[in-house]
Design a protein around this ligand. Sequence first.
Ligand SMILES: Nc1ncnc2c1ncn2[C@@H]1O[C@H](COP(=O)(O)OP(=O)(O)O)[C@@H](O)[C@H]1O
Ligand SMILES: [Mg+2]
Length: 264
Amino acid sequence: MNTAAERAERVELCIRARDLKLWYGDFQALNGIALDVKQGLVTGLIGPSGCGKTTLLRCFNRINERYGNVTTTGEITIHGKNIYDDDVSLSELRKSVGMVFQRPNPLPISIYRNVLFGIRVHTRRRALNRAKRDEFVESALREVDLWNDVKDKLRMKATQLTLEQQQKLCIARLLPLKPRVILMDEPCSALDAEGTEKIESLLDSLRGKYTVVIVTHNMAQARRASDECLFMLMGELIEHAETSEMFFNPRHEKTEMYIQGRYG
Ligand SMILES: Nc1ncnc2c1ncn2[C@@H]1O[C@H](COP(=O)(O)OP(=O)(O)O)[C@@H](O)[C@H]1O
Ligand SMILES: [Mg+2]
């Protein structure tokens, strides 16, 4: 029998990993990660360069497997479903677990068609009439606070937008697929301070609706933008705590050294 507390914990759990190990050829990049990411929160993933942040993030939608010579063992469940089960469709997994990269990577086609690109790949053509398409585009662009900027130039090439707008567009194009999780790998690293601030305020509005895991090397950003933080070092998860707790009262000396900028 489960206690009420255990049941409540399960309800709010989104990503659960146990004994997760990953090798690139002979090199072990993840050494037995166990974590529980809560639903609807923004979870920051921090740690020095090369510690495995990108690798871990890419496990959550199994995109690592695109790169040759990767071996993964252990367990990852998302909303209770083991994503390594034989019956998991990679295309369904990547619909529900969307990803945003360091450099905005819109396709060199119109803004309008960028937003629809994912849903077009996943939906039968007839199911998407003009009205439905327009609705998807407007609603996704509104959700990332880009609609007012671009509503009069939806046919413009997306690559002509500013980098910050391009990054918002890359988030917007995930939304018609109704993701439950959005993974972001240093999404502000190509942006200036103003662009960064806008993406951070967007993060705020995504909170609650989506589970967001964001890799950042910017400690101030982790502190401002995340509810909880994961600190990694050399392929291991050292500490997982509420963000304020991690920054003001870290449990591990290694975490403290890192957030004080003593290495990394
Ligand atoms: N495709 C790959 N092949 C071999 N080694 C890799 C590959 N990708 C990453 N690595 C290695 O795995 C470790 C973790 O890398 P990564 O996850 O990119 O770290 P981070 O994102 O924290 O900087 C590093 O030592 C890196 O050199
Ligand atoms: Mg990285």
